[in-house]
Design a protein around this ligand. Structure first.
Ligand code: PRT
Ligand code: ZN
Length: 296
């Protein structure tokens, strides 16, 4: 693959569960990505950045080798790679909030599972042998790890292993195969990973700009702007309920002494329950608005 050393390179999954989210996040960060879904690379029009579309399994290698300065990949893939290559030079810079799943050990429905010690002497099929081995070693359990590259959930039916250790999101796949999750090996989501290799000053500046933009997008995804009215006596309680808000703005309401408008940026999810609590505390005319852009 030809790599232009003057440009910054971001490795994203070509197709699969992370592909659309990864491109979407970069677009939201203001990168104008040229089209061409089947291409190996795409140029960004408004920055000296190229995207590389690859298998997710190759992303840690590309970033560690410095072929790509950044990558977006599941923490599960990254940690499995890191256990194999402890010298690999990369840092996780930010969790990205998509691709959430958990690597879980599952047992046949009929199995009376009482704790990890029952796994001793058993066979467990997985695509994540190092993560599983670490889990077992940490607990002093000696089991046989059977590596499979896909269709792990079929292993018990095929007689390859009694247990499986696989990624789970909804749990439907396990259930359809008569398996129940019994242990969580790790929680995972997509992360932004960055090479530890030194960058030249221009690339360094660009990469900081990119990071600030991505952080801005991530912050706005959860954040909401809340406006409400409240009597003076309720202001303390209301400020305490507002999720993730620092120092709300409090403005006197014209013509209604003792009443105030409260404006706040909430950096955590605002649920219906939150609104009910605010109302119960004395708030009225509560408005929750999305935030389009934010830079702290
Ligand atoms: O082609 P390439 O190698 O790039 O892709 P891939 O096929 O290896 O990966 P892909 O696209 O399937 O997954 C990419 C990443 O998405 C994973 O590394 C995880 O970080 C994340 N992710 C999130 C998942 C899931 N959720 C998930 N549910 N990856 C896989 N699954 C599979 C799981 O293996 C099982 O087969 O979905 C099934 C279970 O799903 P539920 O909903 O039935 O529980
Ligand atoms: Zn893969």
């Amino acid at each position: 693959m030809f790599v232009d050393s003057q440009r910054l390179h971001i490795a994203v999954q070509k197709s699969g569960r992370l592909a659309d989210y990864s491109r979407g996040l970069l677009r939201d960060a203001g990168l104008k990505i040229q089209n061409g879904k089947n291409a190996l690379t795409a140029r960004v029009d408004n920055f000296p950045i190229d995207l590389m579309f690859v298998r997710d399994d190759d992303i840690p290698t590309f970033v560690a080798d410095g072929v790509c300065e950044f990558g977006m990949v599941g923490l599960n893939v990254l940690e499995e790679f890191a256990l194999d290559q402890p010298e690999a030079r990369f840092d996780v810079v930010a969790p990205l909030g998509f691709g959430r799943c958990a690597l879980r050990i599952a047992a046949p429905e009929a199995f009376a599972y009482s704790g990890p010690e029952v796994l001793a002497g058993e066979r467990i099929a997985t695509s994540y042998p190092r993560l599983l081995k670490r889990f077992l070693d940490d607990r002093g359990i000696d089991a046989t790890v059977v590596k499979m590259t896909g269709a792990v959930e079929l292993a018990p039916r095929l007689g390859i292993a009694r247990f499986v250790c696989d990624l789970v999101s909804t749990g439907a796949t396990l259930e359809a195969n008569g398996l129940v999750p019994v242990e969580t090996v790790m929680e995972s989501e997509a992360v932004l990973v960055r090479t530890r290799r030194a960058l030249n000053p221009e690339k360094q500046e660009l990469s900081e700009n990119l990071l600030r933009r991505i952080e801005g997008v991530l912050a706005t995804q959860e954040s909401k702007y809340i406006m409400l009215n409240a009597p003076e006596a309720a202001l303390g309680q209301i400020s305490a309920i507002l999720p993730g808000a620092e120092a709300p703005t409090i403005i006197p309401l014209a013509g209604t002494p003792g009443h105030f408008a409260v404006h706040a940026v909430c950096k955590e999810s605002v649920f219906w329950e939150t609104l009910q609590k605010l109302k119960a505390a004395g708030a009225s005319a509560i408005l929750v608005m999305p935030i389009e852009k934010m830079m702290m």
